[in-house]
Design a protein around this ligand. Sequence first.
Ligand SMILES: Cc1cc2nc3c(=O)[nH]c(=O)nc-3n(C[C@H](O)[C@H](O)[C@H](O)COP(=O)(O)O)c2cc1C
Length: 330
Amino acid sequence: MVDISTEYLGLELRSPLVASSSGLTANLDDLKKFEASGVGAVVLKSIFEEEIIRNTQDAIGKMAASRFIYPETMEYFEYDYDEIQDPLGDYLKLIRDAKKTLSIPIIASVNCVSPDGWMDFAERIEHAGADAIELNVFVLPSDFTRTCEENESVYFDVVTKILKKITIPVSIKIGYYSAALGMMIQLLSETGIKGITLFNRTYNPDFDIDTLEFTTSNVLSTPGDLSTSLRWVAIMSNRVKCDIAASTGVHDGAAMVKQLLAGAKVVDVASAFYLHGIDYAEVMLADLKTWMQENSYGSLKEFRGKMSRDKTYNPAAFERVQFMKYFKDR
Ligand SMILES: Cc1cc2nc3c(=O)[nH]c(=O)nc-3n(C[C@H](O)[C@H](O)[C@H](O)COP(=O)(O)O)c2cc1C
């Protein structure tokens, strides 16, 4: 028997496979299915900062006083508002119900763009019993009014504020747009957060060449999307002061093994569950165990980080040499 338990964000997980935040982690029935199929933890579907502000009594005043950066996104939550009477209450109820029903850790998630207007709700998430909170900090470089420093300071402002507000472990899920990504991840890991998820997968718009309409393409990842997160997990593991969760493009047991070899504490998976069903987790975990047996590993720590690039003094120089090696004469 191999031991696939792991510690993540200071929590004990029975396996390194985490159900990533998505529509599949938004209701209790699916959460039960995830637990039954062996995942180590679930990250609930995110609640949006706009949703929290919209449903907080003095929303307008709070927005005006806050550094809320995208007022136009509030309009989105005007739609259907009457259909969902109490999204905040529903979110807290889901946490309470999940905690009552399941034994695996429940990680709540807030998708935010600023540190203002939603911190009191984070406190309510903690009181509802969430074991940890993952913040999907949604900073996009396509805003022409904001400098690089302004964009990156959002991460640090959010983290500084939430760490003063709540005591449960905090992790942050980030995108890979940054001119100095390695240093930024390192500095973030030194703030007191317990984990960083590499990376969020942003929506990439496409368009139809006949109708000239925008389309929603590539909502789900493909196995080929693994390479960016794999590369950065390998570069950053053992260079940070918190756990790393690998997200994007993990579609099978082999990809999970790769991320663990690169140094991830856990892998977060969404698209593969949309494509193959929630019980596909069993297949992925069985493949992980088989690989461990075949390679004579009894536990994850015996191989985690074996393919980390922490011994490379300067990964940037190493990558430039690799680039020259492959492309110079082709
Ligand atoms: C339909 C769908 C909904 C998602 N909703 C959320 C969300 O609410 N919050 C979040 O942090 N990530 C969300 N994600 C992103 C996933 O958690 C994950 O980071 C991303 O899809 C990359 O992992 P994957 O390659 O396994 O899909 C969503 C992904 C999908 C496909």
